[in-house]
Design a protein. Structure first.
Length: 374
C-alpha cells in the first residue's frame, strides 16, 4: 500500500459478559499510531470497522494491530481481524459483512489534521467570588481492580494518580469493583489498606458494584446495568456479596456507593436502603424518606468518558463556582499523559478558587456537624 491510502481495520467482536470495554490501535513499523479507537462490545457477535490513513508505503508485516482492555472483569472475543487498503467503502470478507454493526463504529473518513503544538500553560484568573461559605471538591474515580503483580498491584495510571494526590496533600475516592477480591490478591488488599483514610491515608474506597456488569441479560431479560433492570434477588445478592468481600478482605466497610453507569432503578434503591452502613451515594435519584447523602454530578470533569480537557472543564465550571461542592467523575485508566496534565491544571484551578478536597464520607460527616450547629 502507498502513503495516503485509506486503510480499513475490521474485525468481529463479542463480550460474553454483555458489557465489555476495549480499544484497538493500529501502529506502523516506526511506532507511529495510525488509529486508536475505543469500543464497548456487547453479548452479540458484531463487526467493527474503523478507518485510518497510511503515513507511508507499507509492505506485508509492517503494520501491527494492538488490542487493549478495560479493568473490569470481562470475556471479550475477537475474530476475523483484517486490515484492508481501499479507496472507498471496504469490501469485507463475507463472514464479517454478514454480521450486524457494532454501535459507535466510525465511518470511513480521512483523519483530522494534526493540531498545532500547545504553548506553555497559563492559569486563567477567575473573577472574585462573593461567598464566605466553605466549598469542597469530591473526586470520584471509577473502576479500580487489583493486578496480580506484587510490585504493582494496581494499574500504573491509578498509581500515578494516587502518587499525585498524596504529593499534593489532597483527598480523593476510588471505586472498587468488588469481585476483584475473589482473586486472592494479598498485595492489592495491602495496597488498599495502606492508602485508606481508615489507616491515615488519603483515599476513601467506595463500592462500584460486585461485577460492574452493563448491557447484559438476567433470566432472559435485557438489563441496563447491575443495579438497573435485574430482579430484586440478583441485586440484593450482588450488593451483599460486594460489601462482605470488602469487610473480609481489608477489614473495614464501604461507606459510599456508586453504580455501574450510575444506573440505579427502584429495586436498586430499595437494596441500597437495606444497607445502613452505606451513607453516601453517587448520582442516584433521590428516594423519599432516605437519610443517605445523594451527591449530584455537576460539573463534568470528563467531557466524554475517559476524556479530560482543561478548557472544557473551565467552560462548565464557571457557572458552578458558588456550589457548596463539586463531585467530579473520572476514569484515570483511560487518561493519556496530556489528559493527566490537564487534570493537574484543573486541580490547581480548584485550589486557587479556594476549594477543599474531601472524601465522600468526610463530606457526609461535615454536613452532619453543620446541621448539629444550627
Amino acid at each position: 500500500m502507498a502513503a495516503g491510502d485509506t486503510l480499513s481495520v475490521a474485525f468481529a467482536v463479542r463480550d460474553a459478559t454483555g458489557g465489555g470495554h476495549m480499544g484497538v490501535k493500529l501502529a506502523d513499523k516506526a511506532g507511529k499510531t495510525l488509529l486508536r479507537q475505543e469500543l464497548k462490545p456487547d453479548g452479540v457477535w458484531r463487526k467493527a470497522v474503523f478507518a485510518a490513513q497510511a503515513a507511508s508505503a507499507y509492505a506485508p508485516g509492517e503494520l501491527t494491530l494492538i488490542l487493549f482492555f478495560g479493568q473490569q472483569r470481562q470475556e471479550s472475543m475477537i475474530g476475523n481481524a483484517t486490515v484492508l487498503a481501499c479507496g472507498g467503502a471496504p469490501a469485507l470478507p463475507p463472514e464479517l459483512a454478514a454480521l450486524p454493526e457494532l454501535s459507535g463504529a466510525k465511518p470511513i473518513r480521512a483523519p483530522e489534521a494534526t493540531a498545532a503544538p500547545k504553548g506553555p500553560f497559563v492559569m486563567p484568573a477567575l473573577p472574585p467570588l462573593d461567598t464566605n461559605t466553605p466549598r469542597y471538591v469530591i473526586l470520584k474515580f471509577d473502576d479500580l481492580k487489583g493486578l496480580k503483580n506484587p510490585k504493582s498491584p494496581v494499574h500504573g495510571r491509578f498509581q500515578r494518580l494516587a502518587d499525585y494526590i498524596e504529593r499534593k496533600g489532597l483527598k480523593a475516592s476510588f471505586g472498587i469493583i468488588a469481585n476483584t477480591f475473589e482473586e486472592n490478591n494479598p498485595a492489592f488488599c495491602a495496597w488498599v489498606r495502606s492508602h485508606a483514610v481508615e489507616n491515615g491515608g488519603r483515599f476513601e474506597f467506595w463500592f462500584h458494584g460486585y461485577t460492574h456488569a452493563m448491557g447484559m441479560e438476567v433470566d432472559g431479560k435485557p438489563c441496563k446495568a447491575e443495579f438497573s433492570g435485574p430482579p430484586y434477588a440478583y441485586q440484593a445478592e450482588h450488593f451483599a456479596k460486594g460489601c462482605e468481600l470488602m469487610r473480609k478482605s481489608v477489614g473495614f466497610p464501604f461507606r459510599t456507593f456508586g453504580a455501574a453507569g450510575n444506573a440505579v432503578d427502584a429495586t436498586g434503591a430499595r437494596v441500597l436502603e437495606e444497607h445502613p452502613e452505606i451513607k453516601v451515594c453517587f448520582f442516584a435519584p433521590a428516594q423519599p424518606g432516605s437519610d443517605k447523602l445523594l451527591l449530584a454530578r455537576s460539573p463534568e470533569l470528563e467531557y466524554a468518558v475517559g476524556k479530560v480537557s482543561f478548557d472544557a472543564f473551565l467552560k462548565g465550571y464557571g457557572g458552578k463556582r458558588a456550589q457548596p461542592y463539586v463531585a467530579l467523575q473520572g476514569h484515570p485508566c483511560m487518561w493519556s499523559d496530556e489528559m493527566f496534565a490537564d487534570f493537574q491544571h484543573i486541580v490547581e484551578l480548584l485550589l486557587a478558587d479556594g476549594r477543599t478536597f474531601v472524601t465522600p464520607y468526610e463530606y457526609y460527616q461535615l454536613q452532619g456537624k453543620a446541621q448539629a450547629k444550627r
